[in-house]
Every structure is written in C-alpha cells, then in structure tokens.
Ligand binder design. Structure first.
Ligand code: ASP
Length: 344
C-alpha cells in the first residue's frame, strides 16, 4: 500500500467529530511520583478522567468517552485482562457509534497486548495503544502528547484497516513489528524489521504503508467466550543453557515452548536434544531469537524438518508465544502452525 507521504487533515470527510473511546489500563502514563525530576514512581495511579482532562485540545479532535478497564503496571498484565479488553473493544466497535478506540497501557508489555488485540479484535476501525515513558508528574511528561496523537489517529478514517497500531513519540507502529528497545528513553519503540506505518505530529497524520500480515477482521483467531489459554513458556538461550529447563516446562504442562535462541534461533546441543524430546512428545517447539532484529529461518544450523521444530520468522519471543497460545486453542498440524508464523 504505497501512499504519498504528506500531512493530512485528521477531520473525517463529513466534518463531524468522530467518537473515540479511551480505555485505560494503567502504566506510566497513569503514573505518579513525589517530584517531577526523580526516577522512581508508581504506575497506574491516576484515573482515565484525570488523564483525559490533562490534555488540552483533546475534545477538538473527537468526542471522547473514557473507561477505566484496570489500573496496573503492564508488568502485571494478564491474559484475563487482555481477553476482557478484546471483548470490550469488539463490543464498542461493533455498535456503530464508536469510530475508534485508544487503549492507554504500560510500555513494558505493550507490544504483547497490541499483538494479542491485532489477532483478536474483529473490526476494520482504528485501535491504537499509547503510553508514556515518564509519569504524569514528570517534568516534560510525554503522556499528554502521546494521548493527543493517539486520539488523532483513532479518529482518522485513514487509520482504518491497518490492524492494531501503537502511537508513541510521534511514531505510528504496527502491532506485528514494534518492540520496546530502551528502558528509559521516550524514543523506546522501534519497528526494526518492517519499519513504521506512519507518523503523527501534533495530531497531523501521515502513512507510509499498511501492515503486511493478516490482522483483526481477517484473523481466524477469536477469544469470544474464552477464559483461559494454553500454557506456552519462553526459555532464554545462552552459553551453557541448562537443558533441563525444557524438561521442566514440559513436566509443568506447557503445550508449547518458545526458545529465545541465540543468533538465528540457536541453542546448544543439550538444549536441542531436550527440545527434540519435547517435540517428539507433542509439545510444540518454536525457535525465535533473543536478537532484536532479523528473521529466524528454517534449517540453517538446526535441522527443523527432522526435529519437528517451527521457526517464528519475524516474531520476537513474546509475540511468538501469543500467536502460539491462540493457535493451540485448536488441534493443528505442525505444517499449519508453521504457516501461521508466515501469515500473522
Ligand atoms: N512499568 C511500566 C508499565 O509497563 C512502564 C511504562 O509504562 O513505561 O506499566
């Protein structure tokens, strides 16, 4: 999807303001500290109404309705909460009155929730996650402008059909591509493999491309009526990785294991043997990478065909785990599972 990169008016063609729901889940954007210049703070302290009220001009962009879904640091995000969020977004976007949704969220696990929603929201309308790296009380808090820009994107009809988006620090990222890259900087999110979807500068949007993978209304996954997902563990490969971590996951009932492999999804000989045993017993083994960028390719240094392993392609371990949890809701062959990693 090639487009001219030029700033556009975010107003819907009718001139009527869009209705945007802001669903708050917590995070640093709702965080507070005692002073404006300290590193320490607590996530998830201020309410959605306070957040909305702190952004001048927000109501010029859209009619806003706020909802408090939770108020947690995203390190405490659960799949129960993600499912509740997907259900609520599906209900809001299905009813016709709401044109877009913004989810405020901590940045630590934002990429996981964004990707989960990218696979489970059934709508063409814009869904945009945003957050902040500095708490609401900080000097130069980044949350208010991030929220302003997120609402501008959610109210923009041209953001539709691009899957779930993340707006942070003037950038529009796709859920499939983005990853958190810096522990403290406001420029923390990157889309290192596929690049940005676009930019949004003081509410003015421009788009470079759509996401390349299947998402939202074309996704086959659903969490309607679901209250739990199969266990999938992530194991981090490193020099001297103890292979019994893999045996332990299997014995604790993991239906799948994602190895955050070194390099091109590698692991040592002992771990390969344990992973082969696991795969032979029916546990799905996905090779991803602990490296921040690049794809994991089949049959490079490890013979995936004979060992019955799957590769994650572009997905990092956290997102590969989410795809596998959703995919394992149903019995599927290894070939079908592998194809999903090339499709989503
Ligand atoms: N720990 C925080 C969270 O993820 C960090 C943030 O929001 O930036 O909720």
């Amino acid at each position: 999807m090639k487009e001219r990169a030029m700033p556009t008016d975010i107003q819907a063609p009718t001139g009527k303001k869009a209705c945007v729901a802001v669903l708050a889940t917590g995070g640093t954007i709702a965080g507070q500290a005692e002073t404006g210049t300290q590193a320490g703070y607590a996530s998830g302290r201020i309410t959605v109404d306070a957040m909305i009220g702190s952004v001048p001009g927000l109501s010029d962009l859209a009619d806003i309705q706020g909802e408090q879904i939770a108020n947690v640091g995203s390190q405490d995000m659960t799949f129960a909460l993600m499912i509740a969020l997907a259900d609520r977004i599906n209900a809001l976007l299905g009813d016709g009155a709401v044109e877009g949704v913004v989810v405020t969220h901590g940045t630590d696990t934002m990429e996981e929730t964004a990707y989960f929603l990218n696979l489970t929201v059934k709508s063409r309308k814009p869904v945009v996650l945003t957050g902040a790296m500095r708490p609401s009380t900080a000097v130069s808090a980044d949350g208010p402008l991030n929220l302003y820009n997120a609402v501008a994107v959610a109210a923009d009809p041209r953001a539709a059909e691009r899957g779930v988006l993340v707006v942070m620090n003037d950038r529009i990222h796709g859920a499939h591509s983005l990853t958190k890259n810096n522990t403290t900087s406001v420029e923390t999110f990157l889309s290192p493999i596929n690049g940005l979807i676009g930019t949004v500068i003081y509410g003015k949007t421009q788009y470079f491309r759509g996401p390349f993978r299947r998402h939202t209304h074309t996704s086959e996954f659903s969490v309607a009526g679901v209250d739990r997902l199969p266990r999938v563990d992530i194991l981090y490969a490193c020099a001297g990785m103890p292979a019994d971590l893999i045996d332990c996951s299997v014995s604790r009932g993991a239906r799948g294991i994602v190895v955050a492999g070194d390099g091109n999804g590698n692991m040592n000989a002992g771990a390969i043997a344990a992973a082969s045993r696991a795969a032979g017993q029916g546990t799905v083994v996905v090779r991803s990478s602990r490296v921040q960028t690049g794809t994991v390719i089949r049959n490079v240094e490890i013979d995936d065909d004979s060992r019955r392993f799957i590769v994650s392609d572009e997905l990092n371990p956290a997102k590969a785990r989410i795809l596998l949890m959703l995919a394992l809701q149903q019995d599927r062959s290894l070939e079908e599972l592998q194809e999903m990693f090339y499709t989503y």
